[in-house]
Design a protein around this ligand. Structure first.
Ligand SMILES: *[C@@H]1O[C@H](CO)[C@@H](O)[C@H](O)[C@H]1NC(C)=O
Ligand SMILES: *[C@@H]1O[C@H](CO)[C@@H](O)[C@H](O)[C@H]1NC(C)=O
Ligand SMILES: *[C@@H]1O[C@H](CO)[C@@H](O)[C@H](O)[C@H]1NC(C)=O
Length: 223
C-alpha cells in the first residue's frame, strides 16, 4: 500500500512535466558491435499491459517504470512487474537501471537473445536504426488519441510502448515457429518458418485501432 501511494505521488508529480520515454537498445555483448535483439521503449509513469505481446504473445502481466535523478545528477530507472494487468496482482521484481550506461536487459526484452541494453531517457521514443518497430498507443479519451474525424492517431502524446526488432533478428518461439525480422527501404518484413515451411510477408505500416489501443509498425532508417 505504501509503495502504491509512493507510485501514485510520483505519477502525479510527473504528469504535468514533459513526457519521458525510457529506452533499452539491445546488444548481444556489452553494448559493443551492432545492436541485436529486441529493444524496448516505454513511457514513464504509466501502467503498461502486454508489453511482450508482439514478439512473445500475451502474458497478461503489466509493468510500471519511472526515473529518479539524485543529487549527483545520476538518473536511475525503476521497473516493477506485476502478475496481472493494470499493475494489479502480486508485485514481481523491481529492477533498476542506470541511464546512459550498458546494463542488463529488462525482462520483457528477450534477454536470452540480447542480455545487454544501453539505457536512455529521452523526450521521444528512441530505437536502433533500421529496426522493425511495433508501437502501441492509448485510445484514452483524455489523450489526444483521435483527430476530428474520429480516426486513431499514433503519436508521441499517446505512445505507451514499443518493441523493436533489429534487422535480421531471428527468434525461435515456443511453438517451434522461427521468426526473422528485416527492414528493407523503410518496409518491415517478417519471415515465419515452421519446420521447412516459410512465409516472408510485409508488416502493415498504417496506424490501426483496436478496442483500447492503436498500433503502428515502422522501420526507421534514421532517427
Ligand atoms: C545538475 O544538473 C543541473 C541542470 O543541468 C545543474 O544546474 C546542476 O549544477 C547539476 N548538479 C550537479 C551536482 O552536477
Ligand atoms: C484493466 O482496466 C481496464 C480499464 O479500466 C478494465 O476494462 C479491465 O477490465 C481491467 N483489467 C483487469 C484484468 O483488471
Ligand atoms: C524477406 O524479404 C525481404 C524483402 O525481399 C528480404 O529483404 C529479407 O531478407 C527476407 N527475409 C528472409 C529471412 O529471407
Amino acid at each position: 500500500m505504501k509503495l502504491l501511494l509512493v507510485l501514485l505521488f510520483i505519477s502525479f508529480n510527473y504528469s504535468f512535466g514533459e513526457k519521458q520515454f525510457i529506452n533499452f537498445l539491445p546488444y548481444r555483448t556489452q553494448c559493443s558491435g551492432n545492436p541485436y535483439g529486441v529493444g524496448i521503449s516505454i513511457v514513464a509513469n504509466k501502467c503498461l499491459n502486454d508489453v511482450e505481446y508482439f514478439v512473445d504473445g500475451y502474458k497478461y502481466n503489466s509493468y510500471f517504470a519511472y526515473s529518479q535523478t539524485d543529487s549527483n545528477n545520476a538518473t536511475t530507472v525503476y521497473l516493477t512487474s506485476y502478475g496481472q494487468r493494470n499493475c494489479s496482482g502480486p508485485e514481481g521484481q523491481t529492477s533498476y537501471f542506470e541511464i546512459n550506461t550498458c546494463d542488463n536487459s529488462p525482462p520483457m526484452a528477450q534477454p536470452k537473445y540480447s542480455p545487454y541494453s544501453y539505457v536512455t531517457v529521452t523526450n521521444k521514443p528512441s530505437f536502433s536504426d533500421n529496426s522493425v518497430v511495433n508501437a502501441v498507443y492509448s485510445n484514452d479519451q483524455d489523450s489526444s488519441s483521435s483527430d476530428n474525424s474520429g480516426s486513431p492517431v499514433c503519436n508521441n502524446d499517446n505512445f505507451l510502448f514499443a518493441t523493436s526488432m533489429t534487422d535480421g533478428f531471428e527468434i525461435e518461439l515456443q511453438s517451434g515457429v522461427v521468426d526473422t525480422f528485416s527492414c528493407k527501404n523503410g518496409q518491415p518484413f517478417l519471415n515465419s518458418c515452421f519446420k521447412s515451411d516459410c512465409n516472408n510477408g510485409t508488416i502493415a505500416l498504417s496506424c490501426s485501432p483496436s478496442l483500447s489501443e492503436s498500433t503502428k509498425n515502422v522501420c526507421p532508417i534514421e532517427q
